[in-house]
Design a protein around this ligand. Structure first.
Ligand SMILES: [Zn+2]
Length: 244
């Protein structure tokens, strides 16, 4: 007679009804026809208490990866809790921007009628590439050209919005567009410019093993697109980037 075995490592932990929590979340996303790419936020589809269950599920899968890498996580004291640590790091830290709602930002009317170029930065970027899950570390600068109808948000709030967008597996080109869309939607400025410069560790640790290469990209919107002088002013005011 066959004995029913315990849940093998690496298999999703089923809940009371036998359905892994990730499957339930996926079903809700599918029902709502919502995209759930690596850099999409899915907080609205996670019910209270489910993030904890997701943590257990990811831990189980990570343990499976370690097992398949033939690492003795029982005998090797260094890796005994690695599966749990990595699961926590993904869900609660480096990819948190996928699983939690965006920061609450209070927008104020532009009472002072500010209409001068505002530059915020450098804001530290901590992310990971969607291709390899390797760190992407860098800086970004934001230029805002307000008008009298533009909402004003505190300078530190730009950093919090950036942290939320970057706290997901990202593609640098898509990350700056997501951030631009978010800031645009919150503040409605006449113009918005973002420059991001980052090291991609998948180029240093593996691949071409080039530790010095950085990727710089930008988005320019509104008056920054139309007015080359304003664009030049913004670019001249952000500190000279290391690789330029
Ligand atoms: Zn990569």
């Amino acid at each position: 007679m066959l004995m029913k075995s315990d849940t093998p490592a690496g298999q999703a932990l089923p809940d009371e009804e036998g359905t892994p929590v990730s499957v339930k979340i996926r079903e809700r996303l599918a029902a709502a026809k919502k995209r759930f790419n690596a850099n999409d936020n899915i907080a609205a589809f996670i019910e209270p208490g489910e993030l904890e269950k997701l943590l257990d599920e990811v831990e189980g899968k990570m343990q499976g990866v370690l097992d398949s890498l033939v690492i003795d996580t029982v005998g090797d004291h260094n890796t005994q809790n690695t599966a749990r640590r990595v699961a926590k790091m993904y869900l609660n830290e480096v990819f948190k921007g996928r699983y939690v709602e965006g920061p609450t930002i209070t927008e104020f009317p532009n009472a002072e009628h500010l209409n001068e170029l505002i530059i915020v930065g450098p804001i530290t970027v901590r992310s990971a590439c969607s291709h390899h899950f390797c760190p992407v570390i860098g800086q970004l600068w934001i230029g805002v050209m307000p008008n009298e109808h533009t909402n004003v948000i505190g300078l530190s709030k730009y950093a919090r919005l950036a942290e939320w967008i970057m706290g997901r597996p990202q593609i640098q080109e898509e990350a700056v567009v997501q951030l631009a869309d978010l800031i645009q939607q919150k503040t409605r400025p006449d113009g918005l410019a973002i420059v991001m410069e980052a090291s991609h560790y998948c180029m240093g640790w593996r691949g071409v093993k080039d530790l010095d290469s950085k990727m710089i990209n930008s988005v320019m919107r509104g008056v920054f697109l139309k007015d080359p002088n304003l664009r030049r002013e913004f670019l001249s005011l952000i500190p000279k980037k290391s690789s330029s």
